[in-house]
Design a protein around this ligand. Structure first.
Ligand code: ZN
Length: 276
């Protein structure tokens, strides 16, 4: 992974950069200084009009793409194109590849399920350098996953973090099955299930009934929300990012049937609240 961001439109508000610099200094994060220096170079480079592929990506929005609200709007618009069957496949050409050779500055970190039907670049119609993605079955967390997320937000400077669940998630259904039957899945699949059990336990404790009786849609949403809460519970960096206003964390669900995404949880501000 490269630490040097590419030149593309960035906010003229340096607050986020400043707080990130001081934060990285406190953490002693390797590469942090390089990232901040690169960010400064990117800021200097944005005095001229943005051109090429970067301009294409931002042409449909007036919001600042490096802020959480703008980052979410870009993904929303990409999903709309995907649902309509009119993807533009942005940032997938040789020019973009060449632009990114010097470094990356993704706007959004996505922690999604490994399910082969839920590929973030496709369902949000994104391209090279746009999204920093971690995928595990059932979007479960472990130290390496959280560390990768922190790399995306604290070093690369992404301002939006998304947990992406989906309908018919086999990992969530397997967890409900394990709790109902008491039979452990084979091998390390059990380690995945173990990390989903707290989400299921929380909702059944709250009165939803036995795991086998709970609507799978309810379980799935609970697991997305619980994962968002767990991230800020585990990670001081992510928690402070939200409280400082430089990071927003959202929970999103993807519907396999119609391709639409739905906001189910927001920490921070993305200009939209979850549907009731
Ligand atoms: Zn899944």
């Amino acid at each position: 992974m490269s630490h040097r961001p590419v030149s593309e439109p960035v906010s003229s508000d340096l607050t986020g950069q400043t707080s990130r610099r001081s934060f990285l200094g406190l953490l002693g994060v390797a590469g942090g200084a390089v990232a901040v220096a690169g960010g400064t170079a990117a800021l200097a480079g944005c005095s001229s009009e943005s051109g090429g592929a970067a301009a294409t990506a931002t042409a449909t929005t007036t919001l600042e793409p490096t802020q959480p609200t703008g980052a979410w709007k870009i993904l929303r618009e990409g999903n709309d194109r995907f649902v309509r069957g009119e993807p533009t496949h942005p940032h997938q050409d040789a020019a973009r590849r060449n632009e990114l050779e010097a470094g990356q500055q993704p706007r959004t970190v996505i922690l999604g399920c490994s399910d082969s039907r839920v590929a973030p670049e496709i369902l949000f119609d994104q391209g090279l350098g746009d999204v920093f993605i971690i995928r595990t079955a059932g979007h479960v967390l472990d130290p390496g996953v959280i560390g990768t997320i922190e790399y995306g937000t604290e070093v690369l400077g992404a301002t939006l973090l998304m947990v992406l669940g989906h309908t018919s998630c086999g990992a969530v259904e397997a967890t409900a099955g394990t709790l109902a039957s008491g039979e452990q899945p084979p091998g390390y699949i059990g380690a995945v299930v173990d990390r989903i059990i707290p989400s299921v336990a929380q909702i059944t404790r709250d009165g939803a009934g036995l795991p086998a009786e709970v609507d799978p849609d309810v379980l799935r949403t609970a697991h997305v929300r619980h994962t968002v809460a767990a991230l800020t519970g585990y990670s001081t960096a992510l928690r402070e990012g939200v409280s400082d206003g430089r990071l927003s964390i959202i929970g999103v669900e993807y519907d396999l049937a119609d391709g639409k995404v739905r906001l189910v949880e927001v920490q921070g501000d993305v200009g939209e609240q979850p549907e009731a």
